[in-house]
Design a protein around this ligand. Structure first.
Ligand code: 26W
Length: 784
């Protein structure tokens, strides 16, 4: 579009909607006008692409979370309007960065939700017919603040002054019935603009509203509370995203949320289907491939069966056959506390009809297992309804077509351990689909400086064909190219440093190494191990043992689930370490520690391009994949990590010499676990480890009498009623980790050699494009 036309359209929008002009509009009004202009531009294509998707086999991504982040820059970038709009605003004296006031759409917790967002982007870019289905939460993931070093939470009212990127589609509303009530599900559609608008996909999010509306009978009786009771109860369903990442609590409202969005989405598919085929159900399984993003949407299987049986008159057997050809399940974790098991009574009371169908599925499972000669023990360990609980993963495997893990190592663990008994009976169902990230947001958009250098060296087009980055390898020995890369890294570090100073009030010297650990806070991700290693450096500096330590900034960003006390204790501990380190005259010129406030997608876009070292230090076997590791790789950081998740494939692609791998591997951990005695074997015998661990309890730090540090100490040294001591093996890995980190920091002294390692990471990140991942889903799972 011509810049002039674009400006006219924005002006027109401001006039019609706000009775103002570019110079006088508020940031929100401007944002809204730009968004509406883009929406207007893409409207025809969006409609066309939506229609043509409905005429062919298509895939649906059912997910309780979509962590979209900020839409405006991405949508302008992908529709090719970013520089024009930047200019138009500039001419009016406005910096496009002011749009940073607009909230992120944080309808997700972490990896699983962000993966869903990257997948939609890739599908739209590749013209893969994929629709996302989820919940339009009124409150997304909480906003974090830090008070006295402790995390506090505030509500994230992201819709605030409007949601410019969505369209409410009242005509497609459906009713979702629970045991005791019914609610209206109203869809809001958001366009997913592929790169260069190759195609435009849809994210359809359901909002819960009262089916009955305001009750005037009660109102007439002056029962004012009762009059709006149904409204309040119904709206509660899509009110808030549960902030638990990797921890399942059997809450009634959470189950209602799951059935709510799944039932609405499945009804939507039947509406589309019937438009095409009428009441002949024989083409359903060939019309749709449904991907279940973890077990959260597994009720899709009994829901399809319910509709086929009760609305379309099919037998259970015929309905099961269709459902099980349509749905596939992606597993994102092996942590047992994250695996969904619903209390049977709760399940039955919330969705009694679905419960009856689950019983039928369970009975069919038993019949099947008997038919292939399994004994009672083998049958019992696979029951969907077992000991008063409903096992969602078991239902997803038995009632679905494929099961996939999200990195090679993770899939191997599923096959050999976590789901071994299932893999033995259905080996053909198990597949690996290593995760990926969209190179548009995570390279082109967040790091235009590096993007320009890449384009200058290998030409344009890599944004939608990331494997082409291997062409950069020939520049690894070209001094001037590597110098340019270093210059760009310094620029990104300076930008981040400025931003941190502005928002956190802390100065980070851009000349320091930027060592970054950004991800949700969880014990298995071992942010505490990172903090311990910094304390180890502290003690060594005090003993004058590290005279030439490269000055390093340790940058943390993480949210802890509000009820996860240990995770909150770790945040407080990191902040204590920061206070100590940043104020001690012996260390403050060498070590800087900062815990960033409210880490989210937009913050990630600033941090990741500035990182030198990517911390990926989970206990081996526990991080299914990781995706932050891929984003950091693509922006030229080396991985300091364990042999876990996608770190394995990252190292294999980038080369051993370009990463820093340490620690016990999955097999070693399995070997030491049964007789692991960290107190006797490590803590008592290893002074270096002991003095660091002791800082939790020896008065070095003060947790404000919360007992949080004592609890952390006990969990490491004594264990608790529900777990053995140090069940994430921090003490096992601490020395190897600290020494490997020192080696990396030492290597950084030769900036050029270090930059070559970074460069090789960029060259080899092509495999981790979510375009590759989506192509594999489309071909190998969805058969599109
Ligand atoms: C029911 C509570 C709950 C909520 C979220 C349980 C489990 C989850 C997710 C499975 C947690 C999650 O986000 N897992 C992450 O998924 C990413 C995408 O595949 C992986 O890269 C991460 O390794 C994995 O932790």
């Amino acid at each position: 579009m011509e810049k002039l036309t674009l400006k006219q359209k924005i002006t027109e929008n401001l006039k019609c909607n706000y009775c103002t002009d570019i110079k006088n509009a508020s940031v929100h009004q401007l944002h809204d006008a730009v968004a509406k202009t883009v929406m207007g531009e893409i409207a025809d294509q969006w409609q066309h692409d939506t229609q043509s998707r409905d005429e062919h086999r298509q895939a649906c991504y059912l997910s309780a979370e979509f962590l979209m982040g900020r839409a405006i820059y991405n949508n302008l970038y992908c529709s090719g309007l970013l520089s024009e709009v930047t200019d138009i605003l500039n001419e009016a004296g406005i910096n496009i960065a002011e749009f940073e006031e607009i909230e992120d759409a944080a309808l997700g917790n972490g990896g699983l939700g962000r993966l869903a967002a990257c997948f939609l982007d890739s599908a739209a870019t590749l013209k893969v017919p994929l629709t996302g289905y989820g919940i339009r939460y009124r409150y997304g993931l909480f906003k974090q603040y830090i008070h006295n070093g402790f995390q506090g939470e505030k509500a994230d009212a992201w819709i605030g002054q409007g949601d410019a990127w969505s369209v409410r589609k009242d005509a497609d509303s459906v009713t979702v019935s629970f045991g005791d009530s019914a609610v209206l599900a109203v869809p809001y559609d958001t366009p997913i603009i592929g790169y260069k608008a190759a195609s435009i996909g849809t994210l359809r999010l359901w909002q819960a509203e009262s089916a009955e509306g305001f009750n005037f009978t009660e109102f007439d009786k002056q029962e004012y509370e009762k009059a709006s009771e149904d409204i309040i109860e119904s709206e509660a369903i899509s009110n808030v995203l549960y902030p638990n990442d990797n921890y399942q609590k059997g809450l009634r409202l959470r189950l209602k949320q799951q059935y709510f969005f799944v039932s609405a989405s499945i009804q939507d598919l039947f509406r589309k289907y019937k438009k095409r085929y009428g009441s002949d159900m024989s083409h359903f399984a060939e019309s749709f491939a449904i991907q279940l993003n973890d077990t959260h949407p597994t009720v899709a299987i009994p829901e399809i069966i319910r509709i086929l049986m009760f609305n379309e008159g099919l037998t259970f057997e015929a309905a099961f056959e269709i459902a099980s050809k349509t749905c596939s399940y992606t597993n994102h974790t092996v942590l047992s506390e994250a695996l969904e098991k619903w209390d049977e009574k709760l399940f039955k009371s919330v969705i009694p009809v679905i419960y009856e169908i689950v019983k039928l599925i369970n009975r069919k499972l038993i019949t099947f297992l008997k038919s292939i000669g399994q004994n009672d023990k083998q049958i019992n360990e696979k029951l969907i309804i077992d000991g008063g609980r409903i096992h969602m993963a078991r239902m997803a495997i038995f009632g679905g077509r494929f099961v996939n893990g999200v990195a090679a190592l993770h899939t191997q663990i599923l096959k050999d351990e976590a789901l071994k008994e299932w893999c033995e009976i259905f080996p053909e169902r198990f597949q690996n689909k290593t995760n990926g990230i969209t190179p548009r947001r995570w390279l082109g958009l967040c790091n235009p400086e590096l993007g320009s250098l890449i384009t200058e060296k290998i030409g344009d087009g890599w944004q939608a064909d990331l494997d082409r980055l291997t062409d950069l390898k020939k520049f690894v020995d070209d001094k001037s190219t590597i110098a340019r890369f270093i210059e760009i890294k310094n620029t990104k570090k300076k930008q981040l440093s400025d931003y941190i100073l502005k928002t956190e009030g802390v100065f980070i010297d851009p000349g320091f190494v930027f060592d970054v650990q950004v991800k949700r806070l969880h014990e298995y991700k071992r942010q505490l191990l990172n903090a311990f290693s910094i304390m180890d450096f502290y003690f060594q500096i005090k003993e004058k043992k590290l005279p030439d330590l490269t000055p390093t900034a340790f940058i943390f960003g993480a949210k802890a689930a509000p009820a996860y006390d240990r995770a909150k204790g770790i945040i407080k501990y990191i902040n204590c370490v920061a206070d100590l380190m940043n104020n001690d005259p012996d260390t403050k010129d060498k070590l800087k520690v900062i815990f960033l406030t409210n880490y989210n997608v937009s913050y990630a876009e600033k941090i990741i391009p500035a990182a030198d070292i990517s911390e990926q230090i989970s206990t081996a076997g526990l991080e299914a994949s990781g995706t932050g590791n891929m984003k950091l790789m693509a922006n030229g950081a080396v991985t300091l990590g364990t042999w876990d998740g996608a770190n394995v494939e990252i190292t294999e692609k980038a080369g051993w010499e370009n990463e820093y791998i340490f620690g016990a591997r999955v097999e070693e951990i399995a070997k030491i676990r049964p007789t692991y005695k960290p107190k006797e074997k490590i803590y008592y015998t290893n002074e270096r480890v002991k003095r660091v661990v002791n800082t939790l309890v020896d008065g070095t730090f003060n947790d404000g009498d919360t007992g949080l540090f004592g609890n952390l100490f006990n969990s490491l040294i004594n264990g608790a009623s529900w777990h053995k001591p140090d069940n994430y093996f921090l003490l096992t890995d601490l020395e190897g980790y600290a020494d490997t980190k020192l080696r990396a920091l030492y290597d950084y002294k030769n900036r050029e050699i270090f930059a070559k390692k970074c460069w090789m990471n960029i060259c080899n990140c092509g495999f981790f494009s979510s375009d590759r991942t989506i192509r594999q889903y489309a071909e190998e799972l969805w058969k599109l």
